[in-house]
Design a protein around this ligand. Structure first.
Ligand code: XIL
Length: 299
């Protein structure tokens, strides 16, 4: 196969990218994005601050720009993200307790209603665990509404759009030996045991010198999948874009039946949120990097 999306499709998987609405008028960007990828995640446009800038006033202008571009070009869309401590609008940052809990529920209902039946997977909750050795929940305004906020988010989401697969998404949960990984694993196991609706776990996979790729990623993917959830690599970028590391990540996904697809977090290095790390598959001129060829060959 000659594109990432077509190559991934050979095994029934997708290969996606994050798309930024502000770049959709750049023909180099859209040409590569349209040619290579068959799944799209809005890089920022479906986040809380973008979709509900004022309480109860939903704005899907930018989100729909990304969504419509994707669908008009035959791609599936991952939703990102409904409940998160970051990129909250000011009004939400100022809420707490029962009012914040209700605002979270209303937000999930408002966004999911707009996209009902149109989103393959939703990242319902993003980054709810602490880094480091504690294995604790992240201390956020949402966490302070009560430990059950995550399951409430998932139950709300299931009722709002029963067709969408509901994911928990996080970073630094790729290494099986890390406390954060084990803490998320324990939560998913508990949810499955108690019947809290969860269908998938997203592994962001932002690999860099501080959180490097580790060969036990495959064990992590396999272990989560064994709990009865799909797994996906949702925001892949690798500092320096080592072709070997990129191939390892692809092979880890391919080795796990329930690994449904891979999304890279941007098209060209210059589009990356960490552009100084040159972590992506295309250089700033839109040329294929060695990592691109390595990924294509591994798929
Ligand atoms: C990043 C975007 O790439 C940036 O443009 C934005 O300024 C900050 O957010 N984890 C996530 C993503 O779940 O939403 C983040 O995206 C990167 C880390």
């Amino acid at each position: 196969e000659s594109t990432l999306g077509a190559a991934a499709a050979q095994s029934g998987r997708y290969f996606g990218t994050a798309i930024a609405s502000g770049k959709l008028n750049d023909p180099v960007y859209t040409t590569i994005a349209n040619r290579e990828f068959n799944s799209v995640t809005a890089e920022n446009e479906m986040k809380i601050d973008a979709t509900e800038p004022q309480r109860g006033r939903f704005d899907f202008t930018a989100a729909d720009r990304v969504y419509n571009w994707a669908v008009q070009n035959g791609k599936e869309v991952r939703g990102h993200t409904l409940a998160w401590h970051s990129q909250q609008p000011g009004w939400m940052q100022n809420l707490s307790g029962g009012a914040l809990r209700q605002a979270m529920i209303d937000h999930i209902n408002g966004v999911m209603a707009h996209y009902k039946g149109k989103i393959v997977q939703w990242d319902v909750v993003n980054e709810a665990f602490e880094d480091g050795d504690s294995g604790a929940r992240r201390n956020s305004n949402l966490q302070r509404t009560g430990n059950d906020w995550i399951e409430v988010a998932f139950r709300t989401a299931r009722a709002a759009d029963p067709a969408a697969k509901l994911c928990y998404n996080d970073y630094n949960i790729e290494n099986w030996n890390w406390a954060k990984t084990q803490a998320v694993y324990a939560m998913v196991r508990d949810f499955k045991q108690r019947g809290v609706p969860i269908d998938c776990v997203g592994f962001q996979s932002h690999f860099n010198s501080g959180s490097p790729y580790n060969g036990n990623f495959r064990t992590t993917l396999r272990s989560f999948a064994a709990l009865g959830v799909d797994v996906a690599i949702t925001e892949l970028d690798i500092q320096g874009a080592s072709p070997t590391t990129y191939a390892n990540v692809v092979n880890d996904c391919l080795a796990v039946e329930r690994c449904v697809g891979i999304t890279v977090w941007g098209v060209r290095d210059t589009d990356s949120w960490r552009s100084e790390q040159t972590p992506l598959l295309f250089d700033g001129g839109g040329n294929k990097k060695p990592a691109y060829t390595s990924v294509l060959n591994a798929l």
